[in-house]
Design a protein around this ligand. Structure first.
Ligand SMILES: [Zn+2]
Ligand SMILES: [Zn+2]
Length: 347
């Protein structure tokens, strides 16, 4: 075991503070990663505040990890010391169920995958995330960060990137398709970049026009304010795909009415309460309402390669670890363009 510095929430809703944690010894198929950068995802805040039910404390959040391999186990074949690598939301799964066999480890049927933090590993120990100096991960749950991507702007791709890439691919975003992205935050800004790079015609649906210049610069073709009722009239029956990245409850029927026949609204932002929808809105045009969670390991690698090929990094604000609590407050206030990334050298 190795003792490493980390930032942890000692209890639900408590500010994060500097501490130390134990990382397991590097096993036969493990990779030891010197963490260079860790993104701050909104779900880090939800979990540190017990928003998704009782968490495991102390909690070291962070599932947008980019770093350099500093040691490998004797059985490791995929990575070598010095490799640039990433770790996302999961660090293990059963590896045997049909979903794991199909590369859908995020939908592992044996109780889900082992999450990068706020979970219990196969060794019975709590998992700790990326707000730390080092992490030990089985090589099968590590991905390679291509040379064309800087590690700091690559880190948020490990959650925000794959969470938007996977549904856009699954529902065939591409040339000739009209994609709406609801919300221009950490997830939404990557949704815009990726949908644009896939060749789709991209519209941002945001509460106001406050970030319109950014949206167009990031690749959107159109930008509408959802606070303006005319928007819903003008865009009725328009989109093949609506990618909703907002976790606040919406008038879902109003959004679904913006889909064309056979269109799908896929929700990657999750309200805490059950949602309501008028089914007639779907019935009339065979529309669908769906949801999607991150992506598998192979698809995460595919996303990183795609982003490198198209020079798509996240838009980030790099901070020292002593500013994590301030960053949490700013994320909750919607005051970040578009992802905070912790410089792990400051932990
Ligand atoms: Zn996340
Ligand atoms: Zn499985």
């Amino acid at each position: 075991m190795t003792t490493v510095a980390a930032y942890a929430a000692p209890a639900p809703k408590a500010p994060l503070e500097r501490t130390t944690i134990e990382r397991r010894a590097v096993g036969e198929f493990d990779v030891l990663i010197d963490i260079k950068f860790a993104g701050i995802c909104h779900s880090d805040i939800h979990q540190a505040q017990d928003g998704w039910g009782p968490g495991i404390f102390p909690m070291v959040p962070g599932h947008e990890i980019a770093g350099i391999v500093s040691e490998v186990g004797s059985g490791v074949t995929k990575y070598a010391v010095g490799d640039r690598v990433g770790v996302g939301c999961m660090v293990d799964s059963c590896r045997e169920c049909v979903n794991c066999a199909a590369g859908l480890e995020q939908y592992c049927l044996k109780g889900g995958p082992t999450w990068t933090y706020n979970d219990t590993g196969k060794d019975g120990e709590p998992t700790y995330g990326g707000y730390s100096e080092q992490v030990v991960v089985d090589e099968n749950y590590v991905v390679r960060i291509p040379e064309g991507l800087s590690l700091d702007v690559a880190a948020p791709l490990l959650c925000a990137g794959i969470t938007t890439y996977s549904p856009l691919k699954h529902w065939n975003a591409g040339p000739g398709k009209k994609v709406a992205v609801v919300g221009l935050g950490g997830l939404g800004h990557m949704g815009v970049k990726i949908a644009h790079a896939l060749g789709a015609e991209v519209t941002v649906l945001s509460q106001s026009l406050r970030k319109k210049d950014d949206g167009l610069r990031l690749g959107a073709d159109h930008y509408y304010a959802t606070s303006d009722p005319d928007t819903f009239e003008e865009l009725a029956g328009t989109f093949d795909i609506i990618l909703n990245t907002v976790s606040a409850p919406l008038d879902f029927s109003a959004y679904v009415a913006l889909l064309r026949t056979d269109g799908t609204m896929v929700n990657v932002g999750l309200p805490e309460e059950p949602v309501q929808i008028v089914l007639q809105t779907m019935f009339g045009q065979r529309r669908s309402m769906s949801s999607s969670g991150i992506g598998g390991i192979a698809e995460t690698q595919e996303m990183l390669d795609f982003c490198a090929e198209h020079s798509l990094g996240a838009e980030i604000e790099l901070i020292g670890a002593d500013r994590i609590n301030e960053a949490y407050e700013r994320v909750q206030a919607g005051d970040v363009r578009y992802r905070f990334v912790i410089d792990a050298a400051t932990i």
